[in-house]
Design a binder for this molecule. Structure first.
Ligand SMILES: Nc1ncnc2c1ncn2[C@@H]1O[C@H](COP(=O)(O)OP(=O)(O)OP(=O)(O)O)[C@@H](O)[C@H]1O
Ligand SMILES: [Mg+2]
Length: 303
């Protein structure tokens, strides 16, 4: 689904800061992150280990409170929700899929029982059963609905985990390295499941991944570096034509953009600065023919 620019973004994140305080240490996990996600968007977040990807997902998921900034999700200000409202928010607005299956699944129950688990607030047993069946069908697992989870492969377990995350009909699906523990082929298949859910249900999906090659399966890829968004890539054309033309390089299918924050600050990709030979903290900026041109400052002669 294409981004819908007209309706307000489902996730609005401005200058978001998260500080973890431990006894002798303060970690600045998010340092003024700026990001908007449109309703119905399928996007990925990539970035090095420790860059703040999981922290960001946990903030959107209401699993942890942000320290400063602004975070509005589906019209709700996450800084202002009461503890009770937060419980309801976590149950009904967001669904979570983790890399680690133990966090998603109960191994001794069947797939069907697992998917019914989050629906325990619904007293209608038949309705629950039917919804669980539909969800398993959606992720291509209905044929294994009576299998215990510990009898399924890692990729199959992840598909059940997706069905569980959808049980309460969330508006946003958050997945933290859902393909981290499966092989490349299974990872690609799981990405197809996400794409299908996005297209058929109009679900907003945010996927954190280490794998830049999975990026060509989504419409927008945002890189996070040191707790800030650095660059983003937007897909050219539609998915089908992208698959036709590609031999596996996301550079050919996505245009790359730097992120401008509200104060007009721009973070330039380190590789570009290195290519320019910029070593200090100054660059020359000028307008030329309707473009902003950034060049390395002239070398100062040694005195
Ligand atoms: N509960 C916590 N207490 C203290 N520091 C934390 C906590 N959670 C995360 N951090 C720190 O915050 C920073 C960002 O961590 P985060 O888990 O968001 O990174 P990540 O991008 O998800 O990394 P990875 O790719 O390894 O999963 C790291 O420096 C991490 O050590
Ligand atoms: Mg992480």
């Amino acid at each position: 689904m294409q981004r819908q620019e007209s309706s307000p973004p489902i996730i609005q994140c401005e200058n978001l800061v998260k500080i973890y305080k431990t006894r002798d240490l303060e970690v600045l996990a998010l340092q003024g992150l700026e990001l908007e996600v449109a309703r119905g968007e399928l996007m990925a977040i990539i970035g090095n280990s420790g860059s703040g990807k999981s922290t960001f997902l946990n903030m959107i998921g209401g699993l942890d409170r942000p320290s400063a900034g602004r975070l509005i999700v589906d019209g709700k200000d996450l800084f202002k929700l009461s503890a009770q409202e937060l419980v309801l928010y976590k149950r009904s607005t967001v669904g979570f899929v983790w890399q680690n299956n133990a966090r998603n699944l109960l191994p001794y129950l069947t797939a069907l029982q697992n998917v019914e688990m989050p629906m325990r607030f619904d007293r209608d047993a038949r309705r629950k059963r039917q919804r669980a069946q539909e969800l398993l069908e959606l992720v291509g697992m209905s044929h294994r609905r009576h299998s215990r989870l510990d009898q399924l492969s890692g990729g199959e377990q992840q598909r059940v985990a997706i069905a569980i995350a959808l049980a309460n009909g969330p508006k946003i699906l958050l997945a933290d390295e859902p393909t981290g523990a499966v092989d490349a082929r299974t990872a690609s298949y799981l990405m197809d499941v996400f794409r299908k859910l996005n297209e058929e249900l109009g679900l907003t999906i945010v996927i954190v991944t280490h794998d830049p090659h999975l990026a060509r399966k989504v419409n927008r890829v945002v890189s996070i570096r040191d707790g800030k968004t650095s660059v983003e890539r937007i897909a050219r054309g539609d998915y089908a034509s992208r698959l036709d033309e590609v031999a596996g390089f996301e550079e050919e299918t996505h245009d790359e953009y730097a992120i401008l924050d509200r104060a007009g600050r721009l973070q330039l990709p380190r590789e570009m600065l290195e290519a320019l030979g910029v070593t200090g903290n100054q660059v020359r900026v000028e307008m030329a023919e309707g473009k902003i041109v950034i060049t390395a400052p002239p070398r100062r002669e040694e005195a």
